[in-house]
Design a protein around this ligand. Structure first.
Ligand code: NIG
Ligand code: FE
Length: 411
């Protein structure tokens, strides 16, 4: 089965197979071909180029006149498996409470954990499916999903089994991250060591035994998991082959970047608060910094200092953080726009961060994130727009015409 896309106004994010990520000044370069064709066979990109060289026949031909095509968004940080919502906390914050005050009253992550523990696996799956389908329709074609709203052995496994079922039933790459170290359950408030032992001695072995996770995460933050706690958990996870992707520097800088780099983390995520040592620690490493601007927007906290990170020659990825507490939105189009508007990233930088660098942050560089021969034909076809800069410029508008997953039109 071959599909030929013709008369594409501009084909965006064309890369050699060897390009895994883009860093520093190179982030401002977005390779494109104007007036292009793209050929898909059995769900894979097999050829592309100028219309002058387009093949003349295929099983199916899609005329893209006036429209742009780019790889689907790679959302490398989400918590889309959750139960219910936290709309009441949203209103509480409007009325003056802080995220921290709400958490200290037993709200926040513990509120979501209580709801999730009371929800059946099937019901949790049904709620999560809605969010997954929603984000695919918004152009996301590869996603990472974390556990971390279970906080008991049974509930963490339930979350990870739901992620596994999503992976079985949906045809986009889905990576699973074990985030047992998301918050200390009330029961362990005065026995933090007890909960860390539960993670290390009971959760991790079961997660590994059922092969339920690709990565391990911890919320390394004042009032949550200390640098020492994080170090202990990442060390234990390493013996099960789980690569770290870590929540660090959301509210305070306590050494989360450094401990993650020490464990060869694939990514460090949030980074709203960064000092020069944190930036220095990332230089020369394989660790991808990941910014989550929708979280900054929703909580009214600082935005990740993208300009400082890029100026230091580092790469940067963008993701949603879709979750019920800090970011109830999984819209990568909004993320890209907000990165431009609030973090002063150029459209080129933001698109690179949301595609090729996002793929890297999920260890999916060989499958998605660019228009490359041999990669999946996970593609966004835009409506008729004058330039790709129009995507972030027209923030809040839906400029997606069609989403293709493995070459098939899905939305
Ligand atoms: O990435 N920061 C930690 N975890 C989530 C939000 C947790 C919640 O409020 O439910 C985040 O923002
Ligand atoms: Fe998160």
């Amino acid at each position: 089965m071959t599909t030929l896309f013709v008369n594409i106004k501009e084909l965006i994010q064309i890369r050699e197979k060897s390009t895994k990520k883009v860093s520093g000044a190179a982030m401002n370069i977005l390779p494109t071909i104007k007036n292009a064709f793209l050929l898909v066979k059995n769900g894979m990109i097999i050829d592309y180029g100028s219309m002058k060289k387009a093949p003349t026949s295929a099983d199916k031909i899609v005329d893209c006149t006036g429209k742009m095509m780019l790889p689907t968004w790679c959302d490398s940080h989400t918590h889309i498996v959750y139960a219910g919502n936290r709309e009441q906390e949203f209103v509480d914050r409007i009325n003056g409470l802080s995220y921290e005050e709400i958490a200290n009253r037993g709200g926040g992550i513990l509120n979501s954990a209580k709801k999730l523990q009371e929800t059946s696996e099937e019901e949790l799956y049904q709620q999560s499916v809605k969010r997954l389908e929603e984000v695919i329709a918004l152009g996301t074609g590869a996603i990472e999903i974390k556990s971390g709203y279970g906080l008991t052995v049974a509930a963490e496994l339930k979350m990870l089994r739901v992620i596994k079922k999503l992976r079985e039933n949906y045809h986009i790459p889905i990576k699973a991250t074990f985030l047992g170290a998301h918050a200390f359950p009330t029961k362990y408030k005065n026995n933090k060591e007890g909960y860390i032992n539960l993670i290390i001695k009971e959760m991790l072995p079961k997660v590994a035994e059922e092969n339920l996770a690709d990565f391990v995460d911890a919320f390394c933050e004042t009032g949550y998991f200390s640098v020492e706690d994080t170090d202990q958990i990442l060390t234990a996870a390493q013996s099960y082959g789980l690569t770290p992707k870590v929540h660090v520097n959301q509210f305070t800088t306590i050494g989360g970047v450094q401990v993650s780099v020490k464990h060869h983390a694939l990514s460090v995520d949030h980074l709203e608060v960064m000092n020069s040592e944190d930036i220095e620690a990332l230089k020369g490493t394989q660790t991808m910094p990941v910014a989550l601007p929708s979280c900054s927007y929703f909580l009214s906290i600082p935005y990740t200092p993208a300009r400082d990170i890029i100026k230091a020659g580092l790469p940067l990825a963008l993701a949603t953080d879709y979750n019920p507490g800090s970011t109830p939105s999984g819209n990568m189009n909004f993320v890209v726009a907000t990165a431009c508007i609030k973090m002063k990233m150029t459209p080129e930088e933001a698109i690179n961060a949301a595609t090729i660098n996002g793929a890297y942050a999920m260890n999916l560089s060989n499958e998605v994130g660019s228009i490359t021969k041999g990669k999946r034909a996970n593609l966004i076809l835009t409506k008729e727009i004058p330039s790709y800069g129009f995507l972030p410029y027209s923030f809040g508008s839906n400029l997606i015409d069609t989403v293709f997953i493995n070459g098939n039109e899905v939305y």
